[in-house]
Design a protein around this ligand. Structure first.
Ligand SMILES: Nc1nc2c(ncn2[C@@H]2O[C@H](COP(=O)(O)OP(=O)(O)OP(=O)(O)O)[C@@H](O)[C@H]2O)c(=O)[nH]1
Length: 473
């Protein structure tokens, strides 16, 4: 075990290598989980792994490995009262009736689940200095698996989704991100709720014949419906804003978490976007103009990062955040080329982008962080990805070259046009300076004659504005 700074709680990782998962992939998955747990503020001190044909239905690991894990945590090493909960007959019957019965139910009736949403910091006592604060399991856990593991180890257990949700929760800044994360957390927590026995203060609002579990679930469903309505309102507002930007060329940066999107965004737009060596530092989409400004103005959007095994609910809840990518004229796929697993990360990103229907736009692959590679490695990558742009988001010249590539890309899509803007509509000339490349400008009796290179959509909008206010229109 390594030295632990006193201020950081510690965590143990648990992973089972299932058939079909190679050693390298297994190690990479655990390394990623370690980064996630680190981002959550824990220091990873140990990793317990095992090869198994399937995950143990009760506690994920086999008996011997569970003991090994419990030795590290100071826990019992077995699930107390590891027998079906026979005493609570009424509870069993209700569970069966509601289809909740678990053929592998080890969990004894307890009263420590308050049915509330917090995922971290639930109910495991921190009674020992030696005891880690968290066990993070690299698999989706069923409710009884998590609970049984907690009982056997005495330590709080989170699965990969739980860890990601907790990070998202901490990093959500905008109203939209907060609502989306809350929705995803409720979707995660709801099936994990268990009947907990009656407690006086929790009776309020309970309908006739409704169990406490049903009441909790109904409350969650109601809250989820409310959040969806709130989100719809936020999205209408966003659509409105997007319409306003329609026709403005936009380039979207997409990529795995920590690939360097925010750094590149900052470099391309001169803005103070948050850059952190953390996973999912960015949960919102930021949109800024390319800087120094291009004519017409080009917008750059930076959005939430992707990750392997990103829960589907979470992808769905971030769909609107990713909408910017769907409307972009150019998609830049950013990868951290110094990460040996970047090929897989690239594949995951493409898959998610494909899922949200954003693959229509032309794409370019950017191999970022090549400053961390030597010349031989770069040469190999050039052969493997001849079309890709190799660069470092931290290198000014590289960023300037990328900027030129982006400008050239949109330049190809521009058309040349001549417009006569009547004096009463002179404000349109100023607008054209922002939205098009003005080639020449001459003042005439009827107005200003402007030659522009302009996006076809923007041209249509300007022509429509001119036509609607021309005499006789
Ligand atoms: N050496 C090197 N480091 C880089 C480069 N680009 C980014 N970084 C570092 O990588 C880390 C992550 O960068 P970010 O820009 O926050 O990554 P991101 O893709 O926005 O991350 P998420 O918010 O998690 O999606 C930071 O510590 C950056 O300083 C690069 O080209 N070279």
């Amino acid at each position: 075990m390594s030295e632990r700074p006193a201020h950081r709680p510690t965590a143990i990782l648990v992973g089972v290598q299932l058939p079909g998962v190679g050693d390298a992939e297994h190690a990479a998955d655990l390394a990623e989980l370690a980064r996630l747990v680190d981002t959550l503020g824990y220091e990873v001190t140990d990793t317990v792994t095992q090869r198994r044909d399937t995950l143990s239905k009760s506690v994920v690991l086999g008996e011997g490995k569970l003991k090994e894990l419990a030795e590290l945590t100071g826990g019992k090493g077995y699930v107390p009262s590891a027998v079906p909960v026979k005493k609570d007959k009424a509870r069993m019957r209700r569970a069966e009736e509601s289809g909740e019965a678990d053929d592998d139910e080890f969990e004894a009736a307890d009263d420590d689940d308050d049915g509330q949403v917090p995922i971290v910091g639930r109910d495991v006592p921190e009674d020992s200095k030696r005891r880690p604060g968290l066990i993070a399991v690299d698999h989706e856990l069923g409710p009884s698996q998590a609970r049984n593991l907690e009982k056997a180890t005495g330590v709080q257990v989170l699965d990969r989704t739980g860890v990601i949700l907790e990070i998202f929760h901490r990093h959500a800044r905008s109203r939209e991100a907060k609502l989306q994360v809350e929705l995803a957390r409720l979707a995660y927590v709801s099936p994990r709720l268990r009947e907990t026995g009656a407690r006086g203060e929790r009776q309020a609002g309970r309908g006739a014949g409704e169990t406490e579990l049903e009441l909790d679930r109904r409350r969650i469903r109601d809250r989820m419906a409310e959040i969806r309505r709130e989100l719809e309102a936020v999205h209408r507002e966003q659509d409105h804003r997007r319409e306003h930007r329609a026709g403005q060329p936009t380039v979207a940066l997409v990529g795995y978490t920590n690939a360097g999107k925010s750094s590149l965004m900052r470099a391309l737009t001169g803005s103070q976007v948050l850059v952190a060596d953390q996973l999912f530092a960015t949960l919102d989409t930021t949109i800024r103009a390319l800087h120094p400004e291009a004519h017409p103005r080009i917008l750059v959007s930076d959005t939430v990062g992707f990750i392997k095994k990103l829960p589907h609910d979470l992808v769905a809840s971030f769909r609107s955040t990713l909408d910017e990518a769907r409307h972009a004229g150019l998609l830049l796929f950013l990868v951290d080329a110094s990460d040996p697993t970047f090929r897989e990360q690239y594949a995951v990103t493409r898959e998610v982008i494909g899922e949200i229907g954003a693959m229509q736009a032309p794409t370019r692959l950017i191999l970022n962080k090549v400053d961390r590679l030597d010349e031989t490695q770069r040469e190999e990558l050039r052969r493997e990805f001849p079309e890709a742009i190799q660069m470092s988001a931290l290198d000014k010249d590289d960023v300037a070259r990328l900027r030129a590539t982006i400008v050239a890309f949109f330049g190809q899509a521009l058309v040349e046009a001549e417009l006569l803007v009547p004096w009463p509509q002179h404000a349109l000339v100023a607008q054209l300076h922002g939205e098009a490349q003005v080639l020449s400008e001459a003042h005439e009796e009827a107005g200003t004659r402007v030659r522009v290179r302009i996006e076809p959509d923007t041209l249509k909008r300007v022509q429509a504005a001119l036509a609607s206010s021309s005499p006789g229109a």
